[in-house]
Design a protein around this ligand. Sequence first.
Ligand SMILES: Cc1cc2nc3c(=O)[nH]c(=O)nc-3n(C[C@H](O)[C@H](O)[C@H](O)COP(=O)(O)OP(=O)(O)OC[C@H]3O[C@@H](n4cnc5c(N)ncnc54)[C@H](O)[C@@H]3O)c2cc1C
Length: 439
Amino acid sequence: MAKFVLIGSGLAGGLLAAYLGRRGYDVDLYERRADPREGNIVGGRSINLAISTRGIHALEQIGIANEALQHAIPMRGRMIHDKSGTLHFSPYDVDPKNCINSIGRAALNTTVIEAAQRYSNVHVHFNHKCTDVDLEAPTAQLETEHGNVTGHGDAVIGVDGAFSAVRKSMQGEIPSFHYDESYLAHGYKELTIPPGPDGSWRMEKNALHIWPRKSFMMIALPNPDGSFTCTLFWEFEGPRSFATTHSDDDVHRFFDEEFPDAVPLMPTLLQDFRENPTGTLVTIRCAPWFYRDKVCLLGDAAHAVVPFYGQGMNAAFEDCVALDECLEEFPNARERAFTEYFYRRKENADALADLAIGNFIEMRDKTASKAFRIKKKLDHVLEGALPGFYLPLYTMVTFTRIPYAAAARRARLQDRIVYCGFICLSVVLIVLLLRSMAH
Ligand SMILES: Cc1cc2nc3c(=O)[nH]c(=O)nc-3n(C[C@H](O)[C@H](O)[C@H](O)COP(=O)(O)OP(=O)(O)OC[C@H]3O[C@@H](n4cnc5c(N)ncnc54)[C@H](O)[C@@H]3O)c2cc1C
């Protein structure tokens, strides 16, 4: 059996190692950080994430969905907080069973790594940082506290996130490699709403909370311990931005003006704001995601997207299923398997990147408006009236496994039909009105 060297035991790396281990491959998984079970995982990334149908399906296929989801908190819709503190709840779907789930990154990462380690042919090596990959060999150079070592295998897979070292080696060695990165003008900072004195949630537990403020927003996802993790998405530069907010007074003034209902729930606001890092939001598109039968990219290493559709990890998990299927279809032709995997996933990753940026505008700006709430209600009415024919875009992306690109195309077509329908209906009504006035 072939041997795979995987770089990165984040969310997708752990899951992919489990899939490859199940298929009988030898796997050496190298991770630059310490073992997450030693409590050293988050390192500036989101503490919790929303997992939905695509991600859950990938966990189910390897038999760990129940284990992973045991502490997840279902979120049935968006709870919109306007500036006066008034709340509006907008369900995610017409079917109340369809919800997204807030799940802790650390716990999920541990679950996928432990799933991989159940296969005796998978070996995980923490504190090994990949510095370079020789694509032809293929080998990975790894830095450890005891010196440098080389990881040997039949193929190296880069599952090392948005700033992938494996992808960097491909950029350096493949002249035709296409690479594009684009950063939003916004950064993000995580803040905390701790549990109430009795350990309970101080806002609606089963919702994703949004404070939409046109050019920026704050969101909050529930955690099992009764707390919420809030994320402020705000401009880096500008008259009111991360750059101009330095003193505690500046921070308090901004939060009092914009999020007055949240401030009393955030006793550590000033400390969180000062001490927590400000993250960047990057979209990465590259091609190809493989080099012959020797190197391949998966997850954020291949296609990092901004987090506003809550799909980056879900898409990375879907990649694991797709690569596993391709390796099954072409067991003796790894280059063919990598090629198929790339072509099946690339247009979907590109579509998701566009959808994710579009959803930022929807979340921070449109969710605050009555028009948005009416549109969502209309979506649900149409979905109920035309089952199987009309599916809102959010539903297709979040609660089905329709490929992202097909979902985006179908949503555009549905919108055109609905708009045409409205125009025709309006014309008919006007004609009827004019005729009745003429009589
Ligand atoms: C603020 C925020 C909120 C998000 N919310 C959601 C959400 O709600 N739902 C969702 O689906 N997605 C969400 N995402 C996206 C999600 O976090 C990523 O898509 C997901 O983590 C990708 O998994 P990955 O395994 O490809 O990469 P990562 O999770 O980044 O894992 C990469 C791993 O590789 C390791 N590594 C990196 N470089 C090296 C190296 N040189 N050598 C060895 N190891 C290395 C890292 O330490 C890490 O363990 C969010 C992202 C952000 C930033």
